[in-house]
Design a protein around this ligand. Structure first.
Ligand code: PMP
Length: 354
């Protein structure tokens, strides 16, 4: 029996995707060759890359609207740098809502003036700041839609005339948004898409070409666009698994279908956190993430007992991020509702026994 996998990333992927991916490692496309021993320029792999790129745009509703999808390397962390390299001329505005926003700010600082429009750092990133203004002469505004470590999520994005850039690493494809509002979206694959090793970047092409500096080829979005995301050897396996996961999501009914399931999972767990006197949430209720639920025990002396109970129930990956402690239940797209129920059952059993 597979474990209930609440890991924050890399994390659970659909079982049928893992099955197909493992078959492709041995015999891809019935060609008696492995996916990872053929040329990335071979017809079957070029078809995989093209399918992955078009599925990403299709699921987000961005096909034919001036956007390009790329599968790059270097993780979402590389995008902290690439965004600034490609788009920051003089001044950019950033919203600081968590560890990852903070790192994005740090990387971009080398390229121009950074305006931190608001920050929740002083309160341990336990809420999303809502009142701030974005200078109209900013080259862009950058935010993080879901804060994987603290467990908060932006529910409403600001109206702004400047290009809107968003790190959606931990909630892309999990909820319906007006994606056309965004000019650049990036996300490491290892949450809702696939294994670590590739990063999806969605760019509205018209925002490029406005900086003077020389951009090294590997960091240049335009070069990757011109080469159809094949400027150099892509992470073939990670792109293939991402393609399978995106196809899985499409077959299920797309983002609007999975959003309903995700809302049910989040409601089930947060209701228990709020109802059960042995637990409490640690972030503002209105900003709670549907992907990463963070919580603590109200009585620390129960830690050993609780940890033993959830591990015995076949639950994996519930420890909070090392910088925060407590617990974090990550409920990405592939996590079934019954896994959340299994966790809730353990929380109720702990209450009964104490
Ligand atoms: N942004 C967010 C929101 C993340 O959750 C993560 C990774 N957990 C990153 C960026 C960094 O991603 P990577 O490790 O792929 O560089």
């Amino acid at each position: 029996m597979k474990k209930h996998n609440f890991s924050a990333g890399p994390c659970i992927l659909p079982q049928e995707v893992l099955q197909k991916a493992s078959e492709a490692i041995i015999n891809f496309n019935n060609d008696d060759l492995s996916l990872i021993e053929i040329s990335h320029r071979s017809k079957p792999f070029v078809a995989v890359m093209e399918k992955a790129r078009s599925l990403a745009l299709e699921l987000l509703g961005l096909e034919g609207k001036g956007y390009k999808a790329l599968f790059l390397q270097g993780g979402a962390s590389m995008e902290f740098l690439m965004v600034a390299y490609n788009l920051l001329n003089k001044k950019a505005a950033y919203l600081n809502t968590g560890t990852w926003s903070d790192k994005a700010i740090k990387e971009a600082k080398a390229f121009g003036k950074l305006i931190e429009v608001a920050s929740s750092k002083d309160k341990g990133y336990s809420y999303i700041p809502k009142v701030y203004s974005i200078p109209e002469d900013s080259d862009y505004f950058h935010c993080t839609s879901n804060n994987t470590v603290a467990g908060t999520q932006i529910k409403e994005f600001p109206e702004t005339n400047v290009p809107l850039i968003c790190d959606m690493s931990s909630d892309i494809f999990s909820r319906q948004l007006d994606f056309e509002k965004f000019d650049l979206i990036y996300a490491g694959a290892q949450k809702n898409m696939g294994p670590a090793g590739t990063t999806l970047v969605i760019i509205k092409e018209e925002i490029l070409g406005k900086v003077e500096r020389h951009i090294p080829s590997m960091l240049n979005y335009q070069i990757h666009i011109d080469k159809d995301s094949m400027f150099n050897t892509p992470s073939v396996f990670a792109v293939y698994v991402s393609m399978l996961t995106l196809q899985w999501l499409k077959d299920l009914g797309g983002i609007s279908f999975i959003e309903e399931v995700n809302n049910k999972k989040a409601a089930l767990l947060y209701n228990e956190i709020d109802r059960n006197p042995l637990f409490k949430g640690i972030v503002a209720k209105e900003d709670r993430s549907t992907m990463n639920a963070t919580f603590v025990l109200t009585d620390d002396s129960l830690k050993e007992k609780f940890d033993k109970m959830w591990q015995e129930a076949g639950i994996n990956g519930l420890n909070g991020h090392r910088s925060v402690g407590g617990y974090r239940a990550s409920m990405y797209n592939a996590l079934p509702l019954y896994s959340v129920q299994a966790l809730v059952d353990v929380m109720q059993e702990l209450e009964r026994k104490n």
